[in-house]
Every structure is written in C-alpha cells, then in structure tokens.
Design a protein around this ligand. Sequence first.
Ligand code: BGC
Length: 757
Amino acid sequence: MDIKKVISEMTLEEKASLCSGSDFWHTQAIDRLGVEAVMVSDGPHGLRKQADVADHLGINDSIKAVCFPTACATAASFDKDMIHELGEALGDACQSEELSVILGPAINIKRSPLCGRNFEYFSEDPHLTSELAVGLINGIQSKNIGTSVKHFALNNQENRRMSSDSIVDERTQREIYLPAFEAAVKRAHAWTVMCSYNRIDGVYASEHPKYLTEILRDEWGFDGYVMSDWGAVSNRVNGLKAGLELEMPASNGVNDARIVEAVRAGELDEKVVDLAVERILTINERYLQNRKPETVWDKEAQHELARKIAAECMVLLKNEDAVLPLMQGDDIAVIGKFAKSPRYQGGGSSHVNSFKVTSLMDALEGVSGITYAQGYDIVTEESDEKLISEAVEAAKNAKIAVVVAGLPDAFESESYDRAHMGMPKCQNELIARVAEVNPNTVVVLYNGSPVEMPWLSKVKAVVEAYLGGQAVGGATKDILFGDVNPCGRLPESFPLKLEHNPSYLTFGGEGDHAPYSEGVFVGYRYYEKKKIDVLFPFGYGLSYTTFDYSNLTVSSKSIKDTDSLVVTVDVTNTGKAAGKEVVQLYVGDKESTVFRPVRELKGFEKVQLAPGETKTVTFTLDKNAFAYWNVQLHDWHVETGAFDVQIGRSSSDIALSEEVVVESTVEIPQHFTLDSIFFDLMKSEKARNAMKPLLDGMSSTFGADVDEEKSDVAQSAISNDMAAAMLQYMPLRSIVSFGGGQVTHAQLQAMLDQLNQ
Ligand code: BGC
C-alpha cells in the first residue's frame, strides 16, 4: 500500500477516525480505500483476546489460551535466551489468532513491594529489566507481531493510577526508570509504545511532548506509533500534538470530532494528523504484509514450554540439611489450597483464560506416599482450626511436609496497591503449626511480589515460585523432586519489613502528588548503601549444586571512557549435580562527587555446568557501565577515577573484585561567578591559575596563614587546617569585604571574565 497516497485521498474526518480505535481492540478500517482494521490484545504473558464483551480490567472472558509465567517469574530466570523463546511462542499464538500487536511487555520498575502490578513487571533493576525486555520483544517481533512496551512512563504505583502525578528528578528518571524503555526502542525496535495513565510533573503522560516526542522520537529514534493506555486520554488534541498517535479504545467519535474541529479552527495543523495516520498505518502494514493466520498454535506444546519456563524461574531461597530434592516414595504431606488450585497469574488486564491448569496435586498423580490437606481458605484471612488441625495431623504422619502458600488474588492486582507485605494470617499460622510437628517442612510460595516470612527460621526449605503460569504444578514438582535443578535468582530484594523499603515514606503519594524521594536508591541500591539487612538480597538463589568463581581478569587496569573493557571470569560447578549458575557482574564507583549506589548490575549470564565443569564467562563493558546521568550535560558522564568490577552471587555477596581506573574524555564546562565558592574554584586548575596573581598580592589576613608563633589559645582556636576548612565554602566575593580592601569587585570581575572565556 502506498500509505502517503492513500492518506492524500482521505477526508479529514477519515483521518481523524484513524487516530482512535474502532472499538475496544481494533483500529479503524476505511473500506473505500482498502485500509484494513487490525486487532491488538493483552498481554503480556499470554493472549487475552476478547471475542464478545470487551473490557480492559480482565472482567469478561477471553478465548482459551496459554498462560505463561508472569513477568515477576520470568525475570527470576535471568535468562535472555529463554525469554526470547517465550516471545516466539507468544508471537506464534498472535499470528494464529490474527493479532497485530500484543500489549506488552510491561517494563515499569518495581519501586515498592506494594505496587499492585509488580507481578506483571520484571525487576527493581534497570539493567535486568532492559535485557529481558529486549529478549522478549525480539522474540515476539521475530514472528512479525508488534509489541507495545508499557506503561510509558513513571507509572510505578496503582494508587490513583489515572490521576497521580509522578515527580521524579532527571537523574533518577534516566538511571532507573527510563533505561528499559530506551533499550526497548533503540535495541529491540519495539513497534509501538503504550503511554501510561499518570501525570508527570503535572502533565498527563498521554499529552507530554517531552516523553512522547523529545525523548522517544528525537532522542531514541522511535519509528512506530504510540497508543494510549485504555482510557488514558484527557485532551485528545493536546495528545496528538504531543505525539500520541492512537487513542484506545474508541472514543465513539467524540474525539474524532474534536480533532476535525481543531483542524478547522486552525488550532491543530492537519499535517500532525497526517503524520499520526501514516505512523499507525505503517505499523499495521508491517503486520498485514506478514500475517500468517495458518500458523499452528499448538497449545499442548506451549503448555509444556510454560512448564519448562516456570521451573527455570523458581528460586530456591533456603535448603537446610539438603532437605530438597525430595525422594519419590517418601511419605510427603502436601498442604495448602494452592496445591490443588494454584494461584499462577494476577488480576486485571493480563488475566488469561487458560485452556488448562496443572496443579501440584495434578502433577503428583500416581506418585506414592502423598497425602493432602487443604490447610487454609483463600476467601478469609482468619484461621480455620479444623483445616489447620487436619494439616497438622497429616504433617505429623509424614517424613516431609510441603506447604504451598502465597498471596490470594485479592492481595495484589492491577488497579490498586497492596495494603501491606504480609501473607494472610491463616497461612502464616498454618506454616508455623505444621513446622512445630514436622521438622522437615518445606514452603512453596505462589505470589507476585515479596512477602514477609515470620516462620522462616522454623522451616527447612523455601521455594519462591512466583506466579508461574498455568503449568506451575508440573514445574513445582520438577523442582521439588530435583528433575530440574533450581536456577532462578531474585529479580528484587526481599526486605525484612516494609518500613525498610526506600520508598516507604512517600510511596503511593500524598493525594495525587507522588514524589519519588528516594531518588536513584531503589531496591538494593539503597539496602547496600545503608547496610540494611534484607531477608533475601537481589540476585540471590540457591541450587542443588555449588559453584565457585576464579580467575577474574580485566583487559586493562586503566581505560578511557570511550574504550570498552573485557572482563572474564571462570565459574566451576563444584557439586555433584548438573546445574545453572547466573554469573552477575556489578560495577561500583569508588569515589564520586555525586551520590552513587555501592554497586550496580551491569552484566549477567546464565551458564549450564556439568559437575566438575568450568566455563569462562566473558563480559564487555562500555561507558554505560561506569557512567551516571549528569544533569548539567543532560547526558551520561564518567567521572575519572577508580571503579570496582565485581562478580557476585547476589547484590550483597561479592566473590571477586578488580579495580579499574577509567579516565573521562569529557570535560564538564564550568562557569564561575562572584558567588562561586573557593572549594569549587580551587578544584579547577584554570581557576587556580587565574586567581593566583590576586591572592599572591594579598596579605595573609584573608589567606589561611595563621601565625604559628601566636599564643597557644589563638593557635588552638584556629589552626591553618581549620582556617582552610572554614574558608573553602566562602564565596569569591568575600575577598572584597574580608580582604581589607586589597581587592576590588572590578578586579574580581575582570579575572572572572577571562576565566569564563
Ligand atoms: C492496562 C493495560 C492494558 C489495557 C488493555 C489497561 O487497564 O493498564 O496494561 O494493556 O488496559 O486491556
């Protein structure tokens, strides 16, 4: 289709109508010009294609589909290849169902464990989020299906999600909240971006030229179209001007009429409408030219893939006395409602209508020695003594008790935030009571976000299974019995208590005002800096085998910020089982003039190792690994100095470290005034030289020279060091008043004029 030509033949009304959906899920068609409608659908971890009654909150049924593990789980895989494979499977399903774009991935950063949508998001860390987003997008788009990376931008809470106003400083945005979107656009070429509901600095994200045009298009080179989150449009004309091409869902003609009116009134340039239509049609064509409705969607095969992925995501948090893996034939009491009716996905727009679900009890069918007790109910928090007693009885008679617990649906969902970080009281009590009678108690958790574990010291093992998709039961069995060696790592810190979380003081906002006052210190960046103990750190996870690190090498001990640094490390499987290790590379700036975290994840690789096997893992670091966002340059900047390049088992367990000096090639321009303080002036060689003639000509009264011959009292009152320390924060202008008339303002100004040239 010659898109430009077709647009030139459209009426203004037709063009305006293309700027919003024709209904809940389709773009507009214009039959007379051969413009076809295409369908988009949620996402992100399975299809929610609605045939009949449509909604954006997951209320009405959609077609039967495959529910893969949710993002909180897939992030724990730390596996770029596996997430690519997941993307390919989603892409096939979309081709088969004739969906042009799947609404995901959702890549907002987990600022607080309380965000109701954390189960749909990847991580507290921007590097991990970026790598996984790129893998998933590439996988989906390799099938010629578009993605819609969401929710752009700064949408990290559900509280007042359609009105809250995120207030985030520039550096924090660039270092924490924007990198994954940048990677999705620059590296994975996401076909579409979904703007979020919230405001940013008072302006709706759906009307924000800074984000939708300046950053997205001018800076990152985005060439797809932006669609609104469902109902995120306030002022449609402002949205179009700012760079929002497609409003979803349909406004039933209301906003089309506004667009036409605005053009006719000269408020909106028709070219803006033309461009929006061109962008939408270009992406639609990308799909239409490559659609393959004959694609076979093998749901059974995808169910098996979902099981494989779920197992690769589970995180073994504790395994005292190697109580896991379990042995077939042992007497095992399986306890918990979730063992029969697993919680495997979250509520809201991502809710998939699974074509089948396998629970742990389903997966254990035919295994001898298994007994079951329900233990708790999910409709109430209150303990049911009868259910607990039955469970305790079953646990008493078994060698091992496996309690499957976690968060019920109502505890975390799209549209509202969690009230606390606790599990239901009835489940906490159940676990404690079971552990009292059975010393080999294992807890499996199905939840989308960190929970407190008051019973942790009383149980032998804990498996964090997150929300593992419809095949979670089979995957849980694979992990418990050692058919799969656990290889997930936590993509987020589990704080000891909610109050320790850095966003605790301001999360959720004061009314609509939502300041991100913790700045760049999100998750482990904060806990490491404050040396606050956590329940489990970011990157943590055990295995049924053990790994050792050796031979950390760096290609050079000293580089320029334009060079790249090659880092290698050997990792050895020192145990008896084959397994996978996630090799994590962190970088820390040893000395810096800006507040920086102790270390930040800058690389990770998952490696499979047979017992005794050693592999060398190679990382290539560039400027980004050392840089921070400089608000004066509005760009990344590396401060000259020493950095630690570290290999860690988690953010708080560093195995090996090497120091590297990085030299900056960018000089930050400095401008001095009469108000500049001596501390800053003296740091600049240029300023020191410029000031020298003036200072040399002055008597010592203003300078730091204290007469060492003076009385003891005078000396102890102010030593040379003290005087220097006191003077350093004085402004240059104080030479005039305190210098006894030896230097004039005019002289200082002349010196500054020369210095600032
Ligand atoms: C959600 C989006 C979703 C859309 C369509 C909105 O409520 O925030 O993530 O894609 O609905 O269902």
